[in-house]
Design a protein around this ligand. Structure first.
Ligand code: NAP
Length: 243
């Protein structure tokens, strides 16, 4: 249980779902964790669940607000890893898409990741041999009706990470994506209330191993953060639940 001993790791989207579980599991593997998200109450709940032996920090920030991002960066120590888990899902048929929907989805799922990474890199806050883990999605390979914006954002992220991996390889900083299929989190709950319920229901049934749990993704993230994955960069870990 010490794969991440003495490493300092930032987790975005740590107030819920996959990010929360990544933070908890990484803390149990010995890491010091900085958790971020907008909702302070939910962040506190995550904080309470982190392994008590570490030196953890909580920093509330809206990653779509540049001044919040700047303050977060100012408060960061040197990092050995980042899990980029903050994300939204906007499920809408193509004919109903308006600019505000594009902005809502891309601002968080793509722009905020690129800008946070740029800010952290320019302040030289990433140690050599660090590992950056980006949560993409299996829907890029197995699309469903209504998910065009969400998929476009995740595919943009996949492309970005491939180039980032090349740019940071000289410092042995590794950059990989994880693409989970459907995982039981509040994100999915929101989708279910939306109009594409039938398409989503159909998609859920494609998992031979059933739907995933947040810890299934967290286990993969901890592996990629650890030295055990030291020869992996620019790649994608596909968690398809059997597909
Ligand atoms: N669940 C799935 O089936 C599934 C499958 C594949 C990929 N994914 C991806 O996995 C990642 C995590 O999803 P999840 O299922 O864990 O969703 P979730 O439970 O809804 O968590 C989303 C997280 O993003 C944070 N967030 C939302 N807007 C934010 C903003 N403007 N600034 C900062 N943080 C913000 C939320 O925190 P606050 O509300 O506190 O800000 C929350 O912690 C996402 O990137 C998602 O696309 C999920």
């Amino acid at each position: 249980m010490d794969d991440l001993k003495n490493k300092t790791i930032l987790v975005t989207g740590a107030s819920s779902g996959i990010g929360k579980e990544c933070a908890i599991l990484a803390s149990k593997e010995g890491a010091n964790i900085i958790i971020t998200g907008r909702n302070v109450e939910r962040l506190k709940d995550t904080f309470e669940k982190l392994d008590k032996s570490g030196n953890h920090k909580l920093f509330a920030a809206d990653l779509c607000n540049q001044s919040d991002v700047d303050s977060l960066i100012l408060n960061l120590p040197k990092l050995d890893g980042i899990v980029f888990s903050a994300g939204v899902s906007n499920v809408l048929p193509a004919k109903f898409i308006r600019k505000k929907h594009i902005d809502e989805t891309m601002d968080l799922n793509f722009n905020s990741v690129v800008l946070l990474t740029a800010g952290i890199l320019s302040k030289k806050l990433i140690n050599n041999n660090a590992s950056l883990v980006f949560i993409s999605s299996a829907v890029t390979k197995y699309p469903y009706v209504g998910a065009s914006l969400y998929i476009a954002g995740k595919m943009a992220l996949d492309g970005y990470v491939k180039v980032l991996a090349l740019e940071l390889a000289a410092k042995k900083i590794r950059c990989n994506t994880i693409s989970p299929n459907f995982v039981k989190t509040p994100l999915l709950g929101t989708e279910e209330q939306l109009i594409m319920e039938e398409a989503i229901e159909k998609h859920k049934n494609i998992h031979p191993l059933g739907m995933g749990m947040p810890e299934d993704v967290a286990n993969a993230a901890v592996y990629l953060l650890s030295e055990k994955a030291k020869w992996l960069t620019g790649t994608n870990l596909f968690l398809g639940g059997g597909i």
